[in-house]
Design a protein around this ligand. Structure first.
Ligand SMILES: NC(=O)c1ccc[n+]([C@@H]2O[C@H](COP(=O)([O-])OP(=O)(O)OC[C@H]3O[C@@H](n4cnc5c(N)ncnc54)[C@H](O)[C@@H]3O)[C@@H](O)[C@H]2O)c1
Length: 267
Protein backbone atom coordinates (compact mmCIF):
# COMPACT_ATOMS: atom_id res chain seq x y z
CA UNK A 1 0.00 0.00 0.00
CA UNK A 2 1.49 3.34 -1.02
CA UNK A 3 0.65 6.80 0.27
CA UNK A 4 3.38 8.55 -1.73
CA UNK A 5 4.94 9.69 1.53
CA UNK A 6 8.41 9.88 -0.06
CA UNK A 7 7.42 11.17 -3.46
CA UNK A 8 10.28 13.14 -5.04
CA UNK A 9 12.75 12.25 -2.27
CA UNK A 10 16.24 10.81 -2.83
CA UNK A 11 17.91 8.41 -0.42
CA UNK A 12 20.83 6.07 0.21
CA UNK A 13 20.25 2.74 1.97
CA UNK A 14 23.19 0.97 3.66
CA UNK A 15 23.10 -2.68 4.74
CA UNK A 16 20.78 -4.80 2.53
CA UNK A 17 22.44 -8.23 2.40
CA UNK A 18 19.53 -10.62 1.72
CA UNK A 19 15.71 -10.70 1.89
CA UNK A 20 15.81 -10.93 5.68
CA UNK A 21 17.88 -7.76 6.16
CA UNK A 22 15.98 -4.88 7.73
CA UNK A 23 17.54 -2.58 5.10
CA UNK A 24 16.12 -4.79 2.32
CA UNK A 25 12.58 -4.18 3.58
CA UNK A 26 13.27 -0.46 4.07
CA UNK A 27 14.53 -0.13 0.49
CA UNK A 28 11.42 -1.85 -0.87
CA UNK A 29 9.06 0.34 1.19
CA UNK A 30 10.87 3.58 0.31
CA UNK A 31 10.57 2.88 -3.41
CA UNK A 32 6.93 1.87 -2.94
CA UNK A 33 6.37 5.28 -1.30
CA UNK A 34 7.80 7.09 -4.32
CA UNK A 35 11.48 7.61 -3.36
CA UNK A 36 14.49 7.22 -5.68
CA UNK A 37 17.34 5.40 -3.95
CA UNK A 38 20.78 3.92 -4.33
CA UNK A 39 21.88 0.83 -2.41
CA UNK A 40 25.26 0.27 -0.81
CA UNK A 41 27.11 -2.41 1.09
CA UNK A 42 30.67 -3.58 1.76
CA UNK A 43 32.47 -5.05 -1.29
CA UNK A 44 32.45 -8.54 0.28
CA UNK A 45 28.65 -8.34 0.77
CA UNK A 46 28.24 -7.49 -2.91
CA UNK A 47 30.07 -10.72 -3.75
CA UNK A 48 28.35 -12.97 -1.17
CA UNK A 49 24.89 -11.41 -0.70
CA UNK A 50 21.89 -10.86 -2.92
CA UNK A 51 21.86 -7.06 -3.08
CA UNK A 52 22.13 -7.10 -6.88
CA UNK A 53 18.79 -8.96 -7.06
CA UNK A 54 17.21 -6.21 -4.97
CA UNK A 55 18.72 -3.50 -7.18
CA UNK A 56 17.31 -5.21 -10.26
CA UNK A 57 13.87 -5.54 -8.67
CA UNK A 58 13.82 -1.86 -7.62
CA UNK A 59 15.47 -0.68 -10.83
CA UNK A 60 18.26 1.07 -8.95
CA UNK A 61 22.05 0.94 -8.64
CA UNK A 62 24.42 -0.59 -6.11
CA UNK A 63 27.58 1.29 -5.14
CA UNK A 64 30.16 -0.65 -3.14
CA UNK A 65 31.45 1.11 -0.01
CA UNK A 66 33.20 -0.10 3.11
CA UNK A 67 31.46 2.17 5.63
CA UNK A 68 34.72 2.57 7.58
CA UNK A 69 36.50 4.15 4.57
CA UNK A 70 36.13 7.91 4.12
CA UNK A 71 37.25 7.55 0.50
CA UNK A 72 34.54 4.98 -0.24
CA UNK A 73 31.92 7.14 1.49
CA UNK A 74 32.86 10.22 -0.55
CA UNK A 75 32.65 8.22 -3.76
CA UNK A 76 29.29 6.74 -2.68
CA UNK A 77 27.62 10.09 -1.96
CA UNK A 78 29.11 11.73 -5.06
CA UNK A 79 27.86 8.93 -7.33
CA UNK A 80 24.49 8.74 -5.57
CA UNK A 81 23.84 12.44 -6.16
CA UNK A 82 24.83 12.03 -9.82
CA UNK A 83 22.56 9.01 -10.32
CA UNK A 84 19.61 10.45 -8.40
CA UNK A 85 19.96 13.93 -9.88
CA UNK A 86 20.49 16.08 -6.81
CA UNK A 87 21.10 16.31 -3.08
CA UNK A 88 19.85 13.58 -0.75
CA UNK A 89 16.79 13.70 1.52
CA UNK A 90 17.39 10.60 3.63
CA UNK A 91 20.04 8.04 4.57
CA UNK A 92 19.68 4.74 6.46
CA UNK A 93 22.64 3.28 8.41
CA UNK A 94 21.78 -0.41 8.91
CA UNK A 95 25.21 -1.86 9.69
CA UNK A 96 26.37 -4.10 12.49
CA UNK A 97 29.21 -6.59 12.90
CA UNK A 98 31.18 -7.79 15.91
CA UNK A 99 34.47 -9.59 15.40
CA UNK A 100 34.55 -10.92 18.98
CA UNK A 101 30.97 -12.28 18.67
CA UNK A 102 31.84 -13.87 15.36
CA UNK A 103 34.91 -15.50 16.93
CA UNK A 104 32.81 -16.59 19.96
CA UNK A 105 34.90 -14.71 22.56
CA UNK A 106 33.33 -14.34 26.02
CA UNK A 107 32.72 -10.75 27.22
CA UNK A 108 35.36 -11.19 29.97
CA UNK A 109 37.96 -12.35 27.46
CA UNK A 110 37.68 -9.97 24.52
CA UNK A 111 40.46 -9.02 22.12
CA UNK A 112 40.60 -5.24 22.19
CA UNK A 113 41.96 -4.75 18.72
CA UNK A 114 38.91 -6.66 17.46
CA UNK A 115 36.72 -4.54 19.73
CA UNK A 116 38.07 -1.37 18.08
CA UNK A 117 37.29 -2.81 14.66
CA UNK A 118 33.76 -3.66 15.86
CA UNK A 119 33.26 -0.08 17.06
CA UNK A 120 34.60 1.25 13.75
CA UNK A 121 32.21 -0.85 11.64
CA UNK A 122 29.13 -0.71 13.87
CA UNK A 123 29.26 2.82 15.31
CA UNK A 124 32.08 5.10 14.13
CA UNK A 125 30.94 4.44 10.55
CA UNK A 126 27.77 6.39 11.48
CA UNK A 127 29.89 9.42 12.37
CA UNK A 128 32.07 8.93 9.29
CA UNK A 129 28.96 8.78 7.12
CA UNK A 130 27.48 11.96 8.62
CA UNK A 131 30.78 13.85 8.54
CA UNK A 132 31.17 13.00 4.84
CA UNK A 133 27.59 14.13 4.09
CA UNK A 134 28.19 17.30 6.14
CA UNK A 135 31.44 18.26 4.39
CA UNK A 136 29.99 17.58 0.93
CA UNK A 137 26.80 19.46 1.92
CA UNK A 138 24.99 16.51 0.35
CA UNK A 139 21.71 16.57 2.31
CA UNK A 140 18.78 18.88 1.60
CA UNK A 141 17.36 21.02 4.39
CA UNK A 142 14.78 19.05 6.41
CA UNK A 143 16.47 15.78 5.45
CA UNK A 144 16.43 12.74 7.73
CA UNK A 145 19.23 10.37 8.83
CA UNK A 146 18.51 7.12 10.68
CA UNK A 147 20.59 4.43 12.40
CA UNK A 148 19.37 1.08 13.74
CA UNK A 149 20.11 0.09 17.31
CA UNK A 150 19.17 -2.30 20.12
CA UNK A 151 18.10 -1.87 23.76
CA UNK A 152 21.31 -3.57 24.97
CA UNK A 153 22.71 0.00 24.85
CA UNK A 154 20.63 0.77 27.99
CA UNK A 155 20.09 -2.64 29.67
CA UNK A 156 22.32 -5.66 30.12
CA UNK A 157 21.83 -8.53 27.68
CA UNK A 158 24.97 -10.59 28.38
CA UNK A 159 25.18 -12.43 25.06
CA UNK A 160 25.00 -9.18 23.07
CA UNK A 161 28.62 -8.75 24.12
CA UNK A 162 30.60 -5.75 22.80
CA UNK A 163 27.72 -4.81 20.49
CA UNK A 164 26.10 -3.24 23.57
CA UNK A 165 28.86 -0.63 23.75
CA UNK A 166 28.77 -0.21 19.96
CA UNK A 167 25.08 0.65 20.14
CA UNK A 168 25.59 3.08 23.06
CA UNK A 169 28.19 4.86 20.93
CA UNK A 170 25.96 4.85 17.86
CA UNK A 171 23.06 6.40 19.79
CA UNK A 172 25.34 9.06 21.22
CA UNK A 173 26.58 10.00 17.73
CA UNK A 174 22.94 10.48 16.68
CA UNK A 175 22.38 12.97 19.50
CA UNK A 176 25.63 14.89 19.02
CA UNK A 177 25.53 15.07 15.21
CA UNK A 178 21.80 15.73 15.38
CA UNK A 179 22.57 18.97 17.22
CA UNK A 180 25.04 20.22 14.60
CA UNK A 181 23.03 19.07 11.57
CA UNK A 182 19.80 20.48 12.99
CA UNK A 183 21.34 23.86 13.58
CA UNK A 184 22.93 24.17 10.14
CA UNK A 185 20.44 22.43 7.82
CA UNK A 186 17.37 21.42 9.88
CA UNK A 187 18.49 17.85 9.15
CA UNK A 188 17.23 15.39 11.77
CA UNK A 189 19.18 12.43 13.11
CA UNK A 190 17.57 9.58 15.06
CA UNK A 191 18.10 5.95 15.97
CA UNK A 192 15.41 3.25 15.96
CA UNK A 193 15.76 0.65 18.70
CA UNK A 194 14.32 -2.46 17.03
CA UNK A 195 13.04 -5.76 18.49
CA UNK A 196 15.14 -8.90 17.95
CA UNK A 197 14.70 -9.77 14.26
CA UNK A 198 15.70 -12.93 12.35
CA UNK A 199 18.53 -11.70 10.10
CA UNK A 200 22.16 -12.66 9.46
CA UNK A 201 23.44 -10.14 12.03
CA UNK A 202 20.67 -10.91 14.57
CA UNK A 203 20.95 -14.67 14.52
CA UNK A 204 24.73 -14.41 14.98
CA UNK A 205 24.10 -13.52 18.65
CA UNK A 206 24.47 -16.51 21.02
CA UNK A 207 21.10 -17.93 22.19
CA UNK A 208 19.22 -15.75 19.67
CA UNK A 209 16.26 -18.11 19.45
CA UNK A 210 15.56 -17.98 23.24
CA UNK A 211 16.23 -14.27 23.22
CA UNK A 212 13.74 -13.74 20.40
CA UNK A 213 11.06 -15.85 22.12
CA UNK A 214 11.52 -14.10 25.47
CA UNK A 215 11.15 -10.61 23.95
CA UNK A 216 8.15 -11.75 21.92
CA UNK A 217 6.34 -13.02 25.03
CA UNK A 218 7.33 -10.05 27.15
CA UNK A 219 6.02 -7.44 24.66
CA UNK A 220 2.26 -6.82 24.66
CA UNK A 221 2.33 -6.37 20.87
CA UNK A 222 4.91 -9.12 20.32
CA UNK A 223 8.21 -8.46 18.55
CA UNK A 224 8.15 -5.80 15.83
CA UNK A 225 8.91 -7.36 12.44
CA UNK A 226 11.44 -6.09 9.89
CA UNK A 227 8.51 -5.05 7.68
CA UNK A 228 7.00 -2.97 10.47
CA UNK A 229 10.42 -1.41 11.05
CA UNK A 230 10.50 -0.44 7.37
CA UNK A 231 7.11 1.25 7.77
CA UNK A 232 8.43 3.19 10.76
CA UNK A 233 11.55 4.26 8.82
CA UNK A 234 9.31 5.58 6.03
CA UNK A 235 7.46 7.82 8.50
CA UNK A 236 10.76 9.14 9.82
CA UNK A 237 12.04 9.88 6.31
CA UNK A 238 8.74 11.60 5.45
CA UNK A 239 7.74 15.21 6.07
CA UNK A 240 5.29 14.05 8.75
CA UNK A 241 8.05 13.87 11.40
CA UNK A 242 9.96 17.08 10.71
CA UNK A 243 10.46 18.03 14.35
CA UNK A 244 11.67 14.64 15.61
CA UNK A 245 15.44 14.67 16.11
CA UNK A 246 18.23 13.50 18.46
CA UNK A 247 15.96 10.68 19.70
CA UNK A 248 16.39 7.01 20.33
CA UNK A 249 12.97 5.67 19.29
CA UNK A 250 11.83 2.27 20.55
CA UNK A 251 10.16 0.10 17.94
CA UNK A 252 9.71 -3.01 20.02
CA UNK A 253 6.05 -3.83 20.66
CA UNK A 254 6.28 -2.25 24.14
CA UNK A 255 9.23 -4.35 25.42
CA UNK A 256 11.27 -1.38 26.66
CA UNK A 257 8.61 -0.32 29.17
CA UNK A 258 7.77 -3.77 30.53
CA UNK A 259 8.81 -4.92 34.01
CA UNK A 260 7.19 -8.34 34.15
CA UNK A 261 4.70 -10.11 31.92
CA UNK A 262 3.11 -13.25 33.42
CA UNK A 263 3.28 -14.78 29.94
CA UNK A 264 7.03 -15.36 30.36
CA UNK A 265 6.55 -17.31 33.61
CA UNK A 266 4.80 -20.11 31.75
CA UNK A 267 2.28 -20.54 34.62
N1 LIG B 1 18.43 -8.36 13.80
C1 LIG B 1 18.19 -7.87 15.01
O1 LIG B 1 17.78 -8.58 15.94
C2 LIG B 1 18.43 -6.40 15.26
C3 LIG B 1 17.81 -5.78 16.37
C4 LIG B 1 18.06 -4.42 16.61
C5 LIG B 1 18.92 -3.72 15.75
N2 LIG B 1 19.50 -4.37 14.69
C6 LIG B 1 20.42 -3.60 13.83
O2 LIG B 1 19.90 -3.51 12.53
C7 LIG B 1 20.99 -3.24 11.64
C8 LIG B 1 20.87 -4.16 10.42
O3 LIG B 1 21.10 -5.49 10.76
P1 LIG B 1 20.21 -6.71 10.26
O4 LIG B 1 19.64 -7.35 11.45
O5 LIG B 1 19.32 -6.30 9.15
O6 LIG B 1 21.31 -7.75 9.73
P2 LIG B 1 22.09 -7.90 8.32
O7 LIG B 1 23.16 -8.90 8.60
O8 LIG B 1 21.14 -8.22 7.23
O9 LIG B 1 22.72 -6.45 8.08
C9 LIG B 1 23.97 -6.04 8.57
C10 LIG B 1 24.68 -5.36 7.41
O10 LIG B 1 25.91 -4.73 7.79
C11 LIG B 1 26.73 -4.79 6.63
N3 LIG B 1 28.13 -4.47 6.93
C12 LIG B 1 28.98 -5.16 7.74
N4 LIG B 1 30.21 -4.59 7.70
C13 LIG B 1 30.13 -3.51 6.86
C14 LIG B 1 31.06 -2.53 6.41
N5 LIG B 1 32.34 -2.52 6.83
N6 LIG B 1 30.63 -1.58 5.54
C15 LIG B 1 29.35 -1.56 5.10
N7 LIG B 1 28.42 -2.47 5.50
C16 LIG B 1 28.81 -3.44 6.36
C17 LIG B 1 26.53 -6.23 6.18
O11 LIG B 1 27.05 -6.50 4.89
C18 LIG B 1 25.02 -6.36 6.29
O12 LIG B 1 24.39 -5.96 5.08
C19 LIG B 1 22.26 -3.42 12.44
O13 LIG B 1 22.71 -2.16 12.90
C20 LIG B 1 21.78 -4.25 13.61
O14 LIG B 1 22.61 -4.15 14.74
C21 LIG B 1 19.26 -5.67 14.42
Amino acid sequence: MSNNLLSGKRGVIFGALDEQSIAWKVAERCVEEGASITLTNAPVALRMGKIKDLAEKLNTEVIAADATSMEDLENLFEKSQEILGGKLDFVLHSIGMSINVRKKREYTDLKHDWMLKTFDISAISFHKMMQTLWKMDAVNDWGSILGLTYIAAQRTFPDYNEMAESKALLESFARSFGYHYGLRNKVRVNTISQSPTWTTAGSGVKGFSEFFGYADKMSPLGNASAGACADYCVTLFSDLTRSVTMQNLYHDGGFSNMGMNPAVLDL
